[in-house]
Design a protein around this ligand. Structure first.
Ligand code: GUN
Length: 294
């Protein structure tokens, strides 16, 4: 079997076109969704993510407020800026790009964001609400994975899902979302991680495999059941002298070999990445609507 490609870029474009219309309608009611993006330091990958997020905002008509801070910024200065944005009515969403420099405590920074503006869905209030199935901002990457699956008509209900990776950003929230009692979930979920014994034995049972570890070739073809759906969240740089920038991006899955066994597969780039950014726009628009309804 050769897999069909799940085109995240195309799905993201379709969703952005819907958001553009929605934002235009909100503007007729004087509602302009606003997103504050905060980046501390000069990490090139983070700079590129943040620039893309701001470009997405411009594309759909969301106001974006760019805040680039020096790597030496103190935690107190960062939290003071967050508090300013918490109190700014033009801002509906606050995104602090992670990872933060080592001298800053990430949890304390996330706790400082008003949960009603936490469009990343990282604040414990939103994490807790998600866990008990209450309405909450859902974290963008796992939410994007669920959208990709449902828009590709993959049946999640009753499926054996194996997630590789237990991060707070992807693995843990995705597991939580997929075990909820609703029609886009109801899956049987296994979460594998660095201490899992015999990873292959778990992955082989999966109807849906989600790789989110950040290590090249974590999922190889021998681990994949014929016809499985494979979602690759990994983004890894590998040296490539044929490229002008000296590297290319690959995921956690041995794509060329695995696509010969899977029924559906996401590419890297162009799979989950564009969906993460799209769900951020979705959360920002939802936040603006909620603020206007108050
Ligand atoms: N760094 C990598 N992914 C993310 C994300 O989804 N949100 C934030 N804030 N930082 C990230």
């Amino acid at each position: 079997m050769t897999a069909q490609i799940i085109d995240g870029k195309k799905t993201a474009q379709e969703m952005k076109a819907e958001f553009r219309d929605e934002v235009a309608k909100l503007k007729e009611k004087d509602i302009v969704p606003g997103l504050a993006v905060i980046l501390v330091g000069e990490d090139p990958a983070s700079q590129s993510y943040v620039t893309s997020k701001e470009r997405d905002c411009a594309e759909v008509g969301i106001y974006s407020d760019d805040n680039r801070l020096l790597a030496e910024t103190t935690q107190e200065e960062l939290i003071a800026l967050i508090e300013e944005k918490n109190n700014d009515p033009k801002i509906n969403g606050i995104l602090v790009q992670l990872p933060l420099p080592k001298h800053i405590n990430e949890s304390e920074v996330i706790f400082a964001i008003n949960p009603e503006k936490d469009v990343d869905g990282f604040h414990p209030i939103n994490v807790g609400k998600m866990m008990i199935g209450e309405k909450a901002f859902l974290p963008c990457t796992p939410h994007g994975v669920v959208h990709l699956l449902t828009r590709s008509n993959v049946t999640i209900e009753g499926a054996n899902v194996v997630i590789i990776g237990r991060s707070n950003l992807v693995g843990k929230p995705l597991a939580n979302m997929l075990i909820q009692k609703n029609k886009n979930a109801n899956a049987t979920v296994t979460v594998c991680h660095t201490r899992t014994k015999d990873l292959a034995s778990h992955v082989k049972r999966a109807d849906i495999i989600v790789a989110a570890v950040g290590r090249v070739n974590t999922v190889t073809a021998d681990m994949v059941k014929d016809g499985a759906v494979v979602i690759d969240v990994g983004v890894n740089r590998v040296e490539d002298a044929t490229k002008k920038r000296g590297y290319r991006l690959v995921g956690d899955v041995d794509y060329e070999a695995v696509k010969e066994k899977a029924s559906l597969i996401t590419p890297v780039p162009g799979g989950v990445g564009p969906m993460t950014r799209t769900m951020l726009l979705y959360n920002t628009i939802e936040s603006a609507k909620a603020a206007a309804a108050k």
